[in-house]
Design a protein around this ligand. Structure first.
Ligand SMILES: Nc1ncnc2c1ncn2[C@@H]1O[C@H](COP(=O)(O)OP(=O)(O)OP(=O)(O)O)[C@@H](O)[C@H]1O
Length: 284
């Protein structure tokens, strides 16, 4: 069983002049190697939770532990965030410079041939296929997002927070990068916390967290979230709908099929949908 990397233990955050806490007694644990989606309507407290996990916000109550140690300034490099807008975190002039700076911060004596290889590998891992000499200002929005994710992965953080980091990508690039992130989480044993309003992002995650008015109100798998009790074929609302989100087209189609035929399908991607459909026994 993978170990607990980060433990948010009953934390509350109170902003000056506000009656209600912005985070209200939030408790959640994160294991290594998971892609976790964090969703919630505007103002629910998602970014505040992320910033608290980075150690950037004073807590009114509770403690955050990273690998069992209370979070403080000395160990906050274990948690990294891809900020919005992405340019806010860029220092270098070219793709190579940007990634080399991060690598050299880790090991200032890296030989140049190894440095070049590691930069090339980092770009490949996130699907950034541009010359390493390309100027940062010449990158498209999607390429810049990939560069920021590559940089955050090179920092060897144990928890990487992506706050709406896929939002500027076109739908194809978004689908591709989502699958990539899922693989990266497993391969590098990094926990990726993806803050998103996009239900397609949520569908691709291993786990779904939902926040409302500063509280964590749901923690489960995408199947729980989108299909609820999988034996329901009578149109009962799923948690996704009851929290006020619109399920992705794939989920709506599968649920319509289940209601109409009485065969409960719970796919989270197209391949699974086809497989589940092909296993349905049709009465002769
Ligand atoms: N620096 C601040 N000072 C006072 N209140 C703040 C501050 N930052 C955030 N808030 C308030 O805290 C609440 C939660 O904000 P937060 O940005 O965490 O929500 P969110 O879920 O990330 O929202 P969104 O989806 O709109 O980005 C909001 O009511 C917001 O107005």
């Amino acid at each position: 069983m993978s170990k607990i990397i980060l433990h948010v233990d009953h934390i509350s955050v109170q902003r000056y002049g506000q009656d209600h806490p912005v985070l209200d007694d939030v408790t959640v644990q994160f294991k290594a190697g998971q892609l976790v989606a964090l969703c919630g309507h505007n103002g629910a407290g998602k970014t505040t939770l992320a910033r608290a996990m980075l150690g950037l916000i004073p807590l009114a109550n509770g403690t955050i532990y990273v690998e069992g140690q209370p979070l403080d300034r000395n160990i906050s490099h274990d948690v990294q965030m891809v900020f919005q807008p992405p340019m806010a975190q860029i220092i270098g002039d070219t793709v190579f410079e940007e990634l080399a700076i991060t690598l050299l911060q880790r090991d200032a004596c890296l030989p140049s041939n190894q440095l070049a290889q590691l930069v090339t590998d980092a770009c490949r891992r996130v699907g950034l296929h541009v010359p390493l000499t390309r100027g940062i200002r010449e990158l498209s929005g999607g390429e810049l997002q990939r560069l920021c994710i590559a940089q955050a992965l090179l920092s060897e953080a144990k928890i990487l927070i992506l706050d709406e980091a896929l939002s500027s990508l076109d739908p194809d690039a978004r689908t591709h990068l989502r699958q990539h992130l899922r693989r990266l989480a497993k391969e590098s044993n990094t926990t990726l916390l993806m803050i998103s309003h996009d239900m397609e992002d949520v569908l691709a995650a291993d786990r779904v967290l939902v926040m409302e008015q500063g509280r964590l109100i749901h923690d489960g798998t995408p199947i729980d979230f989108f299909y609820g009790n999988s034996s329901d074929t009578d149109g009962t609302e799923s948690p996704c709908e009851s929290f006020g989100f619109e399920p992705p087209y794939l989920v709506q189609t599968a649920r319509a099929y289940s209601r109409r035929t009485g065969h409960a399908l719970t796919p989270v991607d197209e391949h699974q949908f086809v497989e589940e459909l092909s296993n349905v026994t049709v009465p002769s």
